[in-house]
Design a binder for this molecule. Structure first.
Ligand code: AMP
Ligand code: ZN
Length: 470
């Protein structure tokens, strides 16, 4: 099998064939740094990370990943002025917070994080090319707009027919109603609301529009044609439609081969968003005592093209799933026996089948539910024989899990040592042996002893879970 991805551009699942294998060039629209990102935003970044991790899994592809930082737009300007600080200081605060958050979510860093304010030269040069071609025009107020009627493929990504629409309507602000068609601003002439934020350029005094920022930065770092572009579905129109128009109007070549869009994270059935006020930042959730990896798990465990309703119950379920996986890996590490079990063949067979199942699922447009299903049934099967296996076999099983975790990113490789003291874990093991021998009396006595020492014990299918009694 080979990877198939759903391509928004063609509305089909397509076999993934990069332009220049094994290299894959991938761009993700990054955050607008005017506030802390919410976990809906992080769904977009975690999905891009899952895709990137799967592309590089077992060294299949070499990915160059670029994610921009939008550090100048209507919102960053408005809020920095409101807070009486400079745009630079204001956006640096939230850029730093963003990097801290993605690290906690175990998102692998991109190769480059270009900032819009550092690419004014490239932006101006692109706009000049569009002016020269007669696709862009200057309006009465000296702003420069892209004439959508001059680009014949306008609407092909969002599947919007433009021929019946009126031309000449313009929109200057970065955010505007979806599904409505306008000439959009490439360069915004300075006005009072911009305060002291402007660039004096050949285009006049002003600043770039949001859409051209991404086109300039993606093409600078990845070329005029590249493999994958990701983002949430709300970016399909107008942002990504405009990114295509700006580049393809200049190059007359296909800009991006595969457009991958994630569905939204919802709260009570509505998109999580700043404007609705129904959002949680990662910080809000961590303050409640949750582990960021549980948040990551919640965000990846539903297929990226399905809407996902955020609830704390779901987060609790993710937490306990992570705990099970963690216990499993720790229990495997505790196995010291040198004696090979008579399960060796059985283990090899399951490792092989599970790997095949996992890859087949991920190849199928990142079918994460089936991929996780493979991991969990493997864990259950191995847990059933865990008391009989040798250290060598345990390590093979662990390697398999860690290999899957290269894709899932649940941090299983660098687990902190268990905080349960050796005295307690020895008693737990003795109790497990007693239970296996159906010596219930001894098992109960051992449980009492463990409780007296301040630990509670819960029996699950995956083995005993120990917790310090608080
Ligand atoms: P923004 O900073 O608003 O441009 O958003 C950054 C990324 O988050 C974009 O890819 C958006 O499509 C994505 N995004 C925003 N809200 C949500 C949501 N509720 N669920 C999933 N992705 C989202
Ligand atoms: Zn973008």
């Amino acid at each position: 099998m080979a990877l198939k991805l759903y391509n928004t551009l063609t509305r089909k699942r397509e076999l993934f064939k990069p332009i220049n294998p094994p290299k894959v060039n991938m761009y993700t629209c990054g955050p607008t740094v005017y506030d802390y990102a919410h976990i809906g935003n992080f769904r977009a970044y975690v999905v891009a990370d899952l895709l990137k991790r799967y592309l590089t899994y077992n060294n299949k592809f070499k990915v160059k990943h670029v994610m921009n930082i939008t550090d100048v737009d209507d919102k960053t300007i408005k809020n920095s002025i409101k807070q009486k600080t400079t745009l630079k200081k204001f956006t640096e605060k939230y850029t730093k917070a963003f990097f801290e958050d993605i690290k906690k979510l175990n998102i692998k860093p991109a190769n480059n994080y270009p900032k819009a304010t550092q690419h004014i030269k490239e932006i101006v040069s692109m706009i000049k090319k569009l002016l020269k071609k007669g696709i862009a025009y200057k309006s009465e107020d000296n702003s420069i707009y892209f004439n959508v009627f001059k680009f014949k493929n306008y609407g092909k990504l969002a599947n919007i027919e433009i021929k019946n629409l009126k031309s000449g309507a313009r929109v200057k602000q970065d955010e505007y109603e979806k599904e409505s068609l306008h000439d959009f601003a490439l360069w915004k002439a300075w006005d009072n609301a911009d305060g002291n934020i402007f660039w004096e350029t050949e285009l006049g005094k002003g600043r770039p529009g949001w859409h051209i920022e991404c086109s300039a930065m993606s093409s600078k770092f990845l070329g005029k044609q590249f493999d994958i572009h990701t983002g949430g579905i709300d970016l399909i129109f107008p942002h990504h439609e405009n990114e295509i128009a700006q580049i393809e109007a200049i190059t007359c070549k296909k800009f991006v081969k595969y457009w991958v869009h994630n569905e939204h994270l919802l709260v009570d059935g509505r998109k999580m968003s700043k404007s609705l006020g129904n959002f949680y930042t990662l910080r809000d959730i961590l303050k409640k005592g949750y582990d960021p990896i549980a948040v990551r798990y919640s965000l990846i465990s539903t297929h990226y093209q399905q809407q996902l309703n955020f609830t704390f119950e779901d987060l609790d379920a993710s937490k306990s799933t992570i705990q099970k996986l963690t216990n499993f890996v720790r229990n495997l590490d505790d196995i010291k026996s040198k004696r090979e079990s008579n399960n060796s063949k059985h283990i090899e067979k399951h490792i092989k089948n599970t790997k095949e199942g996992f890859e087949e699922a991920m190849d199928d447009n990142l079918n994460i539910s089936n991929a996780l299903g493979e991991v969990f049934s493997f864990m259950h099967l191995m847990n059933a024989i865990i008391h009989t296996i040798s250290k060598k076999e345990a390590q093979k099983i662990k390697e398999t899990i860690l290999n899957f975790d290269e894709v899932l990113g649940l941090g299983l490789k660098n687990l902190k040592k268990s905080t349960v003291p050796k005295e307690i874990s020895d008693l737990v093991k003795q109790r497990e042996t007693a239970r296996k021998n159906q010596d219930w009396k001894a098992a109960d006595q051992l449980r009492d002893k463990i409780t007296k020492l301040g630990y509670s014990i819960k029996d699950t299918k995956e083995g005993s879970q120990i917790k310090k009694i608080s």
